[in-house]
Design a binder for this molecule. Structure first.
Ligand code: 3H9
Length: 696
């Protein structure tokens, strides 16, 4: 017998403990062990009842995801759970940590469930593009009601033990000595001759006739493009419509369909990529990290304020600096307003608002930064201004303080050169709104020390961000690829597509919005002024003015002026096509001597997406991103790339790099341009029949 699961007797109760760190995943050895220990417990004449629990930090947190996609190995999890549910001794699940997915399903195979107060339960399979496939969709609605089960199964979120008790999932909250308490609980049940309580014998009945239809309707918008949430609803419906065994069969069919789907494959890739991305190649776990106990933020504008909020939320004090008192007051009042509106929605208490505001210290004086451990600069995007800021920071900050820039366009190496400590300088590129967006591009300069990289990556996690370590180049990973897509989208309209057609293709692909709706949101004036600056500076790569720039010249800046590529009604963010824009585009074409042609949706998709893949490939070649998964995560968390497609480079691998290379070559031949020059890495991988994720 392996020691993945152990059996012992305590006070007349057989205790079965899973020991498979870090999360007690239910791999083959654990399933086998659970079965064998159950048999041992049933055969143990001195065990009056049984307790199942997890060693270490947690009850099992689910099936072993690493086994997915490989040939199944006996015993299956549903069979193990069936054996527990059929046991003729009472079984109590003793839960701490997180009983998730298959873990909660094991607990549902038991007669009773007790948990410590800090525990949580949940069925997060939907986040892996799956559904609970070991009876969860059949047992949970029987135990907690259809509405609760639908919410938990389609949402995948964790439910804290006290709430789970109110929902009927947990029978009792017990003290911190979990196993002792569970043993006492089991003894009490035995002494009271409490009945066995297999959930399969319970009835599942819907709260109303329309519950499933209503629920599905709600999902149409929330889960647009995803397959799994809809399969989850079908499976729960089977719990109501079919007898238990048949319901299980239906669950299995639906589970298998999802397991075989490209969506689940993509979502499983994202699960591991999200964890891998924090491990920067070449920077080991033992790299020393600096302690960050206080932070300075330069600039209290939209970006600076949003950045500060991340630290306040994590309980880290912030000193925020502005040039004028008025700007400082305004910045602080915006932060307070943001918190108050979160409190109004019930997500934090008014007490939390005060606590967070109590952690912020406004100042007009750089000298107040003398003791902070990290400063992030969020001032105007001009090298001269940055020079001034960094020379000052270098003068006032203590040795060892990390000096970070939030620049999205400027050269971090140059910024570092303004200080006498370039090894302490790094980019921390937050995405707007900075308190909401999860991506943080951590830009490593040529001279940034490993210690600073390790500290900033660790800190990203602490403030709830997904940090991706990238190198210095124009636009870093995200915006560099985005600019290529944007230029292609503009060119497609030049050639004859309408902005609405381009946006629809990208929206239908699964992005939250198309490139032009996004420009309207960001503000057309921003790209316009950058291009204007570049042309003024005589940049040879500066593009000629586009029809988009002509809109900006007319004061159509996007949503903020209720007119951009689209028009907007007062108080409504829905983009509406505008004949005036169509006319301006027509005129632009006439000026350039272009006869518009019909552009197919397929061409739009290929040109907008393959240009990004080609650029992503160059980014990998240059080592700006270390791995394809880093690019995937940037696009998922920074730009809303559909999770069910796994990120730009994962998606490219699924399409096939041979196919993409051929199209890229064709576009290069047809229209030229550096953006279509095939990346040598793409050429090489395609010729070897490999994908970006096979490249080392
Ligand atoms: C399922 O149960 C299907 C069934 O319904 C049906 C079956 C028939 N498997 O996240 P962390 C690894 S589907 C394998 O950093 P935390 C993870 O990769 C499953 N490995 O820790 C990482 O490895 P590394 C449903 C797993 O404390 C390490 O453990 N369950 C699994 O921040 C630490 O992870 C889920 O989807 C796994 N199931 O968070 C739960 N889980 O160190 C998924 C984790 O090499 N897990 N690893 O990078 C989680 O949500 C979080 O890991 C958890 C801990 C909240 C548990």
């Amino acid at each position: 017998m392996s020691d993945a699961v152990t059996y012992e007797r305590r006070d007349g109760i057989g205790v079965i403990t899973v020991n498979n760190p870090p999360v007690n995943a239910l791999g083959q050895a654990v399933r086998q062990g659970l079965k064998e220990c159950l048999d041992q417990g049933l055969a143990d004449g001195e065990a009056r009842a049984l307790v199942v629990t997890g060693g270490g930090n947690t009850f099992p947190a689910g099936a072993d995801i690493r086994e997915f996609g490989k040939p199944p190995q006996e015993p299956s999890l549903p069979d193990v759970i069936d054996a527990y549910e059929s046991s003729d001794k009472l079984v109590v699940a003793a839960i701490h940590g997180t009983a998730l997915g298959g873990g909660l399903e094991v607990a549902l195979g038991c007669d009773y469930r007790v948990a410590v107060e800090s525990a949580a339960v949940g069925v997060p399979e939907v986040k892996l593009g799956l559904l609970p496939g070991a009876g969860g969709t059949q047992r949970l609605p029987r135990l907690a009601g259809v509405q609760n089960a639908l919410e938990m199964i389609t949402g995948g979120n964790q439910v804290k033990a006290p709430k789970a008790r109110d929902m009927g999932i947990i029978d009792a909250i017990v003290g911190a000595d979990l196993v002792d308490e569970a043993v006492a609980y089991a003894n009490k049940l035995v002494s009271e001759a409490a009945p066995r309580r297999p959930i399969r014998d319970m009835e599942a009945s819907a709260e109303s006739d329309s519950v499933f239809d209503d629920f599905e309707k709600g999902l149409q918008k929330k889960a647009r493009g995803f397959l799994a949430p809809f399969h989850c609803v079908k499976a729960v419906r089977a719990a109501v419509d079919l007898p238990f065994r048949e319901g299980l069969k239906r669950e299995r069919e639906l589970f298998q369909e999802l397991m075989d789907s490209p969506q689940s494959k993509a979502q499983r890739h994202v699960f591991f990529a999200e964890r891998e991305v924090g491990k920067v190649p070449g920077i080991g776990k033992d790299t020393p990290k600096r302690e960050i106990k206080s932070v300075g933020v330069v600039g209290a504008g939209t970006m600076g304020g949003g950045i500060a909020m991340n630290f306040l939320n994590a309980g880290i004090p912030v000193i925020i600096k502005e040039v004028k008192q008025e700007a400082l007051d305004k910045g602080l009042s915006v932060i307070r307003k943001n918190y108050e509106s979160t409190a109004k929605k019930g997500r934090i208490s008014m007490d939390d608002v005060d606590k967070r505001m109590g952690l912020i210290m406004p100042t007009l004086d750089y000298d107040d930064f003398k003791d902070v451990d990290l400063v992030i600069e969020a001032v105007f995007e001009s090298m001269d201004v940055k020079q001034d800021v960094f020379e000052t920071l270098d003068r006032v900050c203590k040795p060892g303080a990390i000096l970070a820039t939030n620049t999205s366009t400027l050269d971090v190496n140059r910024i570092a050169s303004f200080t006498g400590r370039p090894e302490d300088v790094m980019g921390m590129h937050f995405f707007s709104p900075a308190n909401v967006m999860k991506l943080l591009e951590n830009v490593r300069g040529d001279k940034t020390s490993d210690e600073v990289v390790a500290t900033v990556m660790d800190l990203s996690k602490r403030i709830g961000k997904v940090g991706v370590c990238v190198g210095v180049c124009d636009g870093f990973v995200g915006n560099r690829m985005l600019h290529k897509r944007q230029a292609e989208a503009v060119a497609l309209v030049d050639e004859g597509a309408s902005p609405e057609q381009v946006d629809k293709v990208i929206y239908d692909f699964g992005f939250p919005m198309g490139p032009f709706a996004m420009s309207d949101l960001a503000g057309l004036d921003i790209g316009y002024s950058i291009r204007l600056e570049r042309r003024k500076a005589g940049d040879p790569d500066a593009q000629e003015l586009t029809w988009l720039d002509k809109l900006a010249e007319k004061g159509r800046y996007g949503q903020k002026t209720q007119a951009g590529v689209y028009r907007y009604e007062e108080g409504d963010r829905t983009p509406k096509p505008d004949p005036e824009v169509a006319e301006l585009i027509e005129q632009h074409r006439r000026d350039k001597g272009i006869t518009p042609r019909e552009v197919s949706d397929q061409e739009i998709l290929e040109r907008c997406m393959y240009v990004m893949v080609n650029e992503g490939s160059k980014i990998l070649e240059e080592g700006i991103a270390a791995r394809a998964l880093d690019v995937d995560i940037v696009w998922i968390y920074g730009y809303g790339f559909p999770v069910y497609r796994g990120g730009t480079m994962f998606w490219a691998d699924q399409v096939g790099l041979g196919e993409i290379r051929d199209r890229v070559r064709q576009f290069y031949q047809d229209q030229g341009g550096e953006q279509w020059k095939p990346s040598p890495l793409l050429e090489q991988l395609a010729s070897e029949g490999k994908g970006f994720h096979d490249a080392k």
